[in-house]
Ligand binder design. Sequence first.
Ligand SMILES: C[S@@+](CC[C@H](N)C(=O)[O-])C[C@H]1O[C@@H](n2cnc3c(N)ncnc32)[C@H](O)[C@@H]1O
Length: 265
Amino acid sequence: MTKVEYKHTHIAAKKKLGQNFLLDKNIPKKIVRESGIREDDRVLEIGPGFGALTTAILETVPSFTAVEKDPELARFIREEHPQIELIEGDFLKVPLEPLAGDGKLAVLGNIPYSITSPILFRLLDNRHLISSATLMMQHEVAQRIAAVPGTKEYGILAVQMQAFCDVKYLFKVGRAVFKPRPEVDSAVIRMVPKAADPVEDSEGFRLFVRRAFHQRRKTLWNNLKEYYDTSAVPEATLKLRAEALTVTELVELFEMVRVMKEDGE
Ligand SMILES: C[S@@+](CC[C@H](N)C(=O)[O-])C[C@H]1O[C@@H](n2cnc3c(N)ncnc32)[C@H](O)[C@@H]1O
């Protein structure tokens, strides 16, 4: 276990909490700049740790909320940055509505690898409460979120996120700037929920996308025929694989099919 010491606190970094602390001072500044946050934004930071990003956010926003699961680090942040509302708890469980109030949250974080997907889907599910999310995560996941059709990275994650948010891959961060040093590189992306959802039935669309990509090598016809009446879809489209269609084309396809079977995948 790697011991990490900072100011008056030293902890043994916990792998299961994804504790890889940022050592560099310029990267947090760059993240804040790229996030586009302004002084009066309602900011929520996920996992402040020893406050690398927190300190940079404070240069723009005088006070904000942060959620930290590790009690030792929560205490550290409370002592170090008393102007912050520190919630000691699990981001996946903290109610977001009271934090957003009558506004929206600008979310920032260098998020733990182990719960990247649950965090992303929680943000997606609460997109009506979010103005933007600027997150550092495993490079490979960032690539999958921002992927374009026809690449091996393009799949369920890209379509789900890009259908509901404008996604921008910002920059890569090498593993050497963290302690303990992770086994993978990181990257920062920014997501801004679209003003309106492209589909009315977002749950139905989510299921449709999972089914369309279920077996990547198979055609749309083969992946979808069991669940949907596709008689309104041009035959040439059904012969393609899901990975060949843009997000907009997948939305259009979803609007064309009719559900035959609700349950069971
Ligand atoms: C990758 S570290 C980043 C720490 C710091 N922001 C930095 O950039 O150096 C992730 C942080 O998230 C915290 N964390 C892990 N799981 C969490 C959860 N479910 N809710 C809130 N914080 C969590 C960890 O304790 C750790 O401080």
